[in-house]
Design a protein around this ligand. Structure first.
Ligand SMILES: [Zn+2]
Ligand SMILES: [Zn+2]
Length: 268
């Protein structure tokens, strides 16, 4: 496991935002990179961003456990971002927490995600419903949302009809943007504007661009337009790994760029 303490660390303690990369890979898991999933600790809460296959175990391997999680936000419905939701609910049915701050697990996604939940409810009903620790689906659309200890701006992603991007903001004004899978768009420039951390996919190459995914040259344009303090590249495909992606991205002075690795942690 590797760890990275960035210059953002100013000892704000438990309330400080912290990101743990659980899966930095794309839709085909590799030996070194799990499918998509991230743990965000913000305002004393623990939140999962996507849960591709293997994320439940990655969470445990990172030293955390499922009962810490109070909310899950899904960027879109593709399997590499959602597959571990049934195992997560199954684990909440058949294990008991030593401690649990919030009994209800809140799931946030585009309204159409309801179809996915209904489908596995029909398949697994009694095996995933724990009346003591229920889960609840909250449909969300682009707009502004306020929670007790943080705020979120939600933007439309350029990937599928239901894709969402999230800009999390804590009470001292630090921000993390999670794009999920996305191609370039004006909404992406707006969402990323002066971010503390931009967690963004880069799974396409300039020589072989794929619709709905970012290329190094598009990332160069984005970083110049929106000036995030730290850009963290994720959803890394073997092709982009092989191409030594970071070397191809032009980063202006004052901005920093890193490649995500599974189990990397960033204090924001
Ligand atoms: Zn994906
Ligand atoms: Zn996708």
């Amino acid at each position: 496991m590797s760890g990275y303490q960035s210059h953002f660390n100013n000892n704000r303690g438990k309330e400080q935002m912290k990101l743990t990369i659980l899966g930095s890979g794309y839709f085909i898991p590799t030996k070194d990179r799990n499918s998509s999933g991230y743990l965000l600790e913000i305002g004393g809460e623990s939140i999962l961003l996507d849960s591709g296959s293997g994320i439940l175990r990655q969470l445990i391997r990172s030293g955390h456990f499922i009962w810490e999680i109070q909310k899950i936000f899904y960027s879109h419905f593709h399997i590499d971002h959602t597959a571990d939701l049934p195992p997560i609910l199954f684990t909440r049915k058949y294990s008991k927490p030593d401690s649990c701050d919030e009994r209800e697990l809140s799931i946030f996604a585009h309204p159409d995600f309801n179809k996915f939940i209904e489908t596995f409810e029909n398949l697994y009903g009694q095996w995933i419903n724990n009346p003591d620790y229920p889960y609840k689906f909250h449909p969300i659309m682009p707009g502004e949302y306020s929670f007790d200890t943080f705020d979120i701006s939600v933007f439309k992603g350029n990937h599928t009809d239901q894709s969402l991007m999230f800009r999390f903001k804590d009470k001292v004004g630090k921000s993390l943007i999670y794009t999920g899978d996305t191609g370039f768009s004006d909404a992406l420039i707006e969402a990323s504007q002066n971010a503390s951390v931009l967690l963004i996919e880069c799974s396409s190459s300039d020589s072989n661009p794929v619709d709905g995914h970012m290329t190094p040259s598009e990332l160069s344009t984005l970083i110049h337009e929106s000036r995030p303090e730290l850009t963290l590249l994720t959803h890394i495909s073997p092709e982009t790994d092989y191409e030594t992606l970071i070397d191809k991205i032009n980063v202006p002075s004052g901005c920093e760029i890193k490649m995500a690795e599974d189990f990397l942690t960033i204090d924001i």
